[in-house]
Ligand binder design. Sequence first.
Ligand code: ADP
Ligand code: MG
Length: 266
Amino acid sequence: MLDRQPAVAHSRPAPSLRAEGITSGYGGVPVIRDVSIAVGPEEIVAVIGPNGAGKSTLLKSLIGILRVTQGRVLLGDQDVTNHPPEELARRGVGYVPQVNDIFEPLTVLENLEMGGYLLAPARIRHRVEEVGQVFPALPPMFKRRADKLSGGERKMLAIARVLMLDPKVLILDEPTANLSPKLADALLSEDVKRLAGAGKAVLLVEQRARAALQIATWTSVLVSGATRLEGPPRDLLQRADFEELFLGAAPGRSAAQQDEEENEKK
Ligand SMILES: Nc1ncnc2c1ncn2[C@@H]1O[C@H](COP(=O)(O)OP(=O)(O)O)[C@@H](O)[C@H]1O
Ligand SMILES: [Mg+2]
C-alpha cells in the first residue's frame, strides 16, 4: 500500500467536488460543523470515524439532501450549495446511500433502468450494456428481483445503478456495511479501486478504518461532527497519536480492534 503513495505525498488533483467549512444538521441543530473535504479524479477519499460522528450527514449535505446552513459546496468551480439532489445527479455526482440503495420489488435490470431515469431510452440501453461490462456478474442476474440478491450482489447493483448516469464523482456511504470481510475487501480493493482508476473521484465513508486506509489516497477522520485530522493514509498511520485519536472516539478500542470486532460480527 505504502508504495502506491505519490512521490510528492501531498500533491492532489484539482477537486471535482468540495465542501468548504460546511455546517448542517437536523431540525436546526448542527450535527457537523465547519467541515471541509475535497475529492478529485482518481482519488479515493475515505471519511472514517465512529458511529454517529456525522459521516452520513456530511454526505447528505454535499448532495443536497440536507440543508447546509454555513459554508459552501462546489462542483468544479460552481457553487452548488443546497442545490437539489436531482441536479447534482444530472451534473455528475452519484450517491449510493447506506440503506435503501436499490428498489427491492424491481428486477436487477429495472433497477439499472431506473438509475438511468435522466437519459433517453436508447442511451439507457447503451448504458445498461456498459455498466454490465463494469460488473460482469450483473447481466446473468438481470431478471432476478433485487430483494433476492445476496448482500454483495445487492451492493454491486446499488453502485451499478448509480453508474448508469456515468458520474464523475461517486459518493459511497459504508458500502461494505453488511458484507463479509472477504466480500468487503473485494469490493474496496477491486471494484472501488477500479472505478477510481478509471478516473472517477471517489468519496467513501467507511467504518472499517483499516480497510479504508488500505485503498484511500486521502483520509479524513470525523469525530463528533468535526474533522479531527486529515492527510494521506501513510501520514495518519505514522502519527504516534493515531490510535489515541481513535481511542478518544471510542474509549478503550483502537481502530484496528474496532475493525477486528466488526469483522468478527460478520
Ligand atoms: N434523521 C435524523 N434526525 C435527527 N438526527 C439525526 C438524523 N440522522 C442522524 N442524526 C444524528 O446525527 C448524528 C450523526 O449521524 P450520522 O451522520 O448518521 O453519523 P454516522 O454516519 O457517522 O454514523 C447522530 O447523533 C444521529 O443521531
Ligand atoms: Mg452513517
